[in-house]
Write a protein that binds this ligand. Structure first.
Ligand code: NIG
Length: 403
């Protein structure tokens, strides 16, 4: 057994679930942030937290010099398995073009053309980049293959990275776009996704997702995809209400999906439904995507005020959000979406964990995975106060310091 004690922590954001205030869901209580604190890591797990003056001894000791420590970010929505970029499309968008689902096809062509080793290297480099920004728990989707063989290749690759301890969750997104081979036959493609493709990938994934949107899949097609996934034992996720009132939120709530993501275009009824479903369905907002597509910002403030569970994720992908910086997303949620810092930190840690049905990450209470994000600042508010600055000082994942 090896142990490490980290001392001289100005603010230790434990976010201990046992200290939640049920009357104020989505917020952080005073007891969940320990001042002048220390933490002990033992065999990859948090073994003790408390005042620095009372820190027990351990095999090694490290003084963090008065820095703030957060749980590592939990990024519950990314699309890391791809090749190519779409900088030209982005530039055209900044010049006034609208985002449309069809761009997914461009990345699908580039991804299909990539050799296995290259694709793996690209994904690993993206995971490392996210970790350097404080992300310690990552989900990725497939969805840029769109044939049985290519979706299987992406699912296998990601699942191997989970086995290697680099990645945490894998989601099957065969229903990302109707590929050109099925032009005019979307239902035929849904037959493939819910049949042969699902059967092939199911052993390698824990989740199924669908892009329920105009230009992608109708609510009826989306429901077929999700019900087939549930029958195969997968958890459900939905891309919903990104480009318009797609019906994705209502579907996600009805089927008890763990998360409905994007949620830019919500009616009052959608917000009420998400508030009522706060235990089962998380509303995941994607601030970097909203900026990169010039979409109306998801109403995170209104969702929290109504009592919904909210997560923040990066949506790292080459089309709508080519960043894995959760710190940037948190700063944007504070500066632009009007969340308090505490609400944004909670949404990017505990919120993401809830969206992934994970209890071992997103907090630093005893027994949690030792995923720590040490900020190069004396207080976490620096994340929003000094936006864009490189504020990640050190990162531990499962008790191992990242190089
Ligand atoms: O979450 N909205 C659907 N999927 C991605 C975008 C994918 C792309 O344009 O390549 C998203 O934003």
């Amino acid at each position: 057994m090896t142990s490490t004690v980290l001392t001289s922590i100005s603010e230790l954001w434990t976010l201990d679930p046992a200290r939640d205030d049920p009357a104020r869901p989505g917020t952080v209580t005073d007891e969940q942030v320990v001042r002048d604190a220390a933490v002990v890591i033992e065999d990859g797990i948090i073994a003790w937290t408390g005042p620095s003056a009372q820190a027990p001894s351990a095999d090694t000791r490290e003084d963090l010099g008065g820095r703030a420590v957060l749980p590592g970010w939990v990024d519950s929505h990314t699309h890391l398995v791809f090749d190519g970029d779409r900088a030209g499309e982005f530039e055209a968008r900044m010049a006034g073009e609208a985002y449309a689902a069809g761009g997914i096809g461009v990345t699908t062509s580039a991804t299909r053309a990539a050799a296995d080793e290259r694709l793996r290297d690209l994904v690993r480099a993206r995971i490392a980049e996210a970790a350097r920004g404080g992300t310690t728990c990552l989900e990725t989707k497939t969805g840029y293959g769109l044939t049985v063989a290519e979706e299987l290749r992406a699912a296998r690759l990601a699942s191997q990275l989970v086995a290697d301890g680099e990645l945490d969750e894998v989601t099957f997104l065969g229903a990302h776009l109707v590929p050109s081979e099925f032009d005019g036959d979307a239902d035929g493609y849904v037959d493939l996704v819910t049949g042969e493709m699902l059967k092939a990938v199911a052993p390698y994934v824990g989740w199924i997702d669908v892009f329920c949107e105009s230009g992608a899949f109708t609510p009826e097609q989306s429901e077929r995809v999700l019900r087939a996934g549930a029958d195969a034992g997968l958890g459900l996720r939905v891309h919903g209400n990104q480009l318009g009132a797609s019906g994705g939120v209502a579907l996600a709530v009805e089927l008890g999906a763990a998360s409905v993501d994007h949620v830019n275009h919500l009616s009052a009824a959608d917000i009420d439904a998400l508030a009522a479903a706060r235990e089962s369905t998380v509303a995941t907002v994607l601030p970097a995507c909203d900026l990169s597509t010039r979409a109306p910002l998801a109403p995170a403030r209104e969702l929290l005020d109504a009592g919904a569970s909210v997560a923040i994720a990066s949506n790292c992908n080459p089309g709508t959000s080519y960043t894995s910086s959760m710190s940037f997303c948190v700063a944007t949620a504070v500066l632009q979406m009007r969340l308090t810092l505490a609400e944004a930190i909670r949404a990017a840690t505990r919120g993401g964990a809830q969206a992934l049905h994970r209890e071992d990450v997103g907090h630093l209470s005893v027994g949690a995975r030792a995923d720590l994000h040490v900020l190069d600042g004396p207080a976490a508010i620096h994340l929003a106060y000094r936006p864009g600055m490189p504020l990640t000082h050190r990162v531990w994942r499962a008790g191992i310091p990242l190089p």
